[in-house]
Design a protein. Structure first.
Length: 247
């Protein structure tokens, strides 16, 4: 009896093992199938993301290229604007200087002595004053008719004044400028009427590196200087900013 029971139990155990193995195999297959499906879905999503990333990379590359191109265009435009502004300033300065071509600035002339009267001096009086002064020193034969108009600008510390005179003829004006050395011997100084920008550059050349510059002058609005080696340099428009920026 016991042997029969034992055989029955062993047979049931075998059947139970088979059932368990079958269940395990089925669970395993289902798990593998589910896992494979999830992996497929995940790979599909990864592939889609890679495609999307590639697309984004291309878009970023295109945008970067467009930004670089726009930056280059902006820099080019800035350069063109700067060149235009530089040329505009140059032309304005040249035009302003040309309008002063017949002018001379005269320093060191004693004002008209009016006694206790007002110090105001008429254009006619100023014209007569400089004509007389220049003729007496430089042995010139100027007349009031050579001068379009003349008037005083300001008095210096010595009480003498600066005078601006516009000549009718540029040839006459240039002739008087060439008498500068003779007039300086009597403390009368004549010089060109420079634009504010030109006079600023002129004074920069004269004062900022005085140990390297021996002499500075202008002719028809063009500034030149002689260095300590007696080499003459012409100050071009492209040099202006250099001189202005010097400390």
């Amino acid at each position: 009896m016991n042997e029969k029971v034992k055989k029955l139990v062993e047979r049931d155990e075998e059947r139970l093992k088979d059932i368990v193995n079958e269940l395990f195999e089925k669970v395993k297959q289902d798990f593998v199938k589910s896992l494979t499906k999830q992996l497929d879905v995940l790979e599909s999503r990864i592939f889609d993301k890679e495609v999307e990333n590639d697309k984004l990379k291309k878009e970023i590359k295109t945008l970067t290229s467009e930004v670089n191109h726009q930056t280059e265009e902006n820099e080019k435009l800035k350069s063109e604007i700067a060149n235009y502004d530089n040329n505009r300033r140059k032309l304005e300065n040249e035009s302003n200087q040309y309008s002063r071509s017949n002018n001379i600035l005269i320093s060191g002339v004693e004002p008209v002595n009016r006694g206790n009267e007002s110090n105001f001096e008429t254009a006619e009086e100023t014209t007569k004053l400089i004509v007389t002064k220049i003729n007496s020193i430089a042995n010139e034969n100027l007349t009031a008719e050579d001068i379009d108009i003349a008037h005083g600008l300001k008095k210096g510390p010595s009480g003498k004044k600066d005078i601006i005179a516009r000549f009718k003829s540029r040839m006459t004006r240039n002739r008087i400028l060439r008498q500068g050395k003779v007039l300086r011997s009597q403390i009368i100084f004549v010089r060109e009427d420079l634009t504010p920008l030109n006079i600023e550059v002129f004074m920069s050349v004269k004062r900022k590196i005085a140990d390297e510059v021996r002499n500075v002058w202008s002719r028809n609005g063009v500034i030149s200087y002689k260095d300590t080696r007696d080499v003459v340099h012409r100050v071009e428009w492209s040099d202006y900013q250099h001189w202005l920026d010097l400390p």
